[in-house]
Design a binder for this molecule. Structure first.
Ligand SMILES: [Zn+2]
Length: 405
């Protein structure tokens, strides 16, 4: 009988062949469709022709990187894993970056695998995810800070992959991440490998632009190296990506603290849960924001003021949002503001450095970046996924429990 292990109430089969699960950061389906149509990804096309699967799945809302990576590695929604943003307002009213494993309310599938004796490994492009992924004793490394990391025997990580790591704003960092994952998996004999990429390219270039084309050609070659090394490869995105600029090319922003002040509402605080160290990607501007209120008696007036802003298409209170989007009610705002596809939400003009942006703003966070590709580069039974509403957090279930090859 095959070895199985339990994580958050679900049973997973230990893989007989090594498995590589990729979180393809910001891979809106438009990029994948365009790359396949223009034959930029021959290895992926070949895997799909040979019985692989390309489905559309739903991401966790808010469609930011940390909540979706955590949903993918735990296999459960934010209601159960506790991670609802990249940033969070703690009990004392201060903002905290969600990087500490103590935020997790669920185990990771990789930690459960390690405990069951299945060697697992996590490699992330962005170092901000490394400590979350290392939770439960999982070996975890980042491409961003690979030059500072080494194996237990002292070997430098960059020596394992055989080339120096690119910078955080270098388009090749995601490619390096895949190669680092493959090299470390070989070295550590890992059988369950997670590689989380970065969305610098997707924040910077639309489908069909030269940077995107170069990236998808290189990503295809890297996935091909994983297939050639004998991995069962599956891929899902954490969120999509949309242009968020007006006709003048400037970011299309609504500043919520300013709107609250204009409406005479005091004691309101907007929190942008996209906030992270990578400001050139998005200047902390995404299409969903929390608003915290000192006085809940002002909630209905605040909701009306925010809902009246052009480009705002929904304002939910805490309880409604927790139910609608599978969120932990204690880690979101009193109000949840949703923008349309081409609008982003900020705090105030002073709070966002638009000069840090790399080109025209492209970003994510709302409902319009909720549809993501889910790709399995291995044959699966035709009926296995039929009638099932797929989420990106199902990636490991499909790779470990459904793939038959
Ligand atoms: Zn992301």
């Amino acid at each position: 009988m095959a070895l199985t292990f339990l994580a958050n109430g679900r049973s997973y089969r230990a893989p007989e062949r090594p498995v590589l699960a990729v979180c393809a950061d910001g891979w809106d389906p438009d990029y994948v469709d365009d790359a396949l149509e223009r034959r930029l990804m021959p290895r992926l096309a070949e895997a799909l022709t040979a019985g692989g699967t390309y489905e559309l799945a739903r991401a966790q809302v808010p469609t930011f990187t940390n909540p979706n990576n955590v949903a993918i590695v735990t296999g459960v929604s934010a209601t159960y894993n506790g991670v609802a943003g990249n940033h969070y307002l703690d009990g004392s009213g201060g903002e905290v970056q969600v990087t500490d494993p103590s935020f997790l309310r669920a185990t990771t599938i990789h930690a459960a695998a390690v405990q069951a004796g299945v060697p697992a490994l996590c490699v992330t492009a962005k170092d901000k995810l490394r400590r979350l992924l290392a939770s439960g004793g999982v070996p975890a490394f980042s491409a961003e800070l690979a030059h500072e990391q080494s194996l237990e025997d002292g070997t430098a990580i960059t020596d394992v992959v055989g080339r120096p790591n690119p910078g955080i704003y270098d388009w090749e960092l995601s490619i390096y991440t895949i190669d680092l994952a493959l090299a470390l998996a070989d070295r550590l004999q890992a059988r369950l490998v997670y590689a989380s990429l970065t969305d610098f390219v997707q924040h910077s270039a639309a489908p069909g632009e030269t940077l995107a084309d170069d990236f998808y050609r290189a990503a295809d070659a890297a996935l091909g190296r994983a297939l050639d090394a004998g991995f069962t490869v599956g891929l899902v995105a954490d969120h999509g990506m949309n242009a968020k600029a007006g006709p003048d090319g400037r970011p299309n922003v609504r500043y919520l603290d300013e709107a609250l002040a204009e409406a005479g509402i005091t004691g309101g605080q907007t929190l942008c849960p996209i906030t992270d160290p990578y400001v050139a990607h998005h200047a902390a501007l995404g299409s969903l924001a929390w608003v915290h209120l000192d006085d809940l008696g002002q909630r209905d007036r605040a909701r009306a003021a925010l809902a009246a802003l052009p480009g705002v298409e929904g304002v939910l209170d805490r309880a409604a949002a927790a139910t609608a989007f599978d969120l932990p009610g204690d880690r979101i705002g009193d109000l949840i503001v949703l923008a349309d596809a081409h609008t982003v939400l900020g705090r105030s003009r002073e709070a966002h450095d638009l000069s840090a942006l790399h080109g025209t703003l492209r970003s994510h966070g709302g409902l319009h970046e909720r549809t993501v590709p889910l790709i399995i580069c291995a044959p699966i039974p035709a009926e296995a996924l039929s009638g099932r509403e797929l989420h990106n957090r199902d990636l490991h279930d499909i790779l470990l429990n459904v793939v038959t090859a």
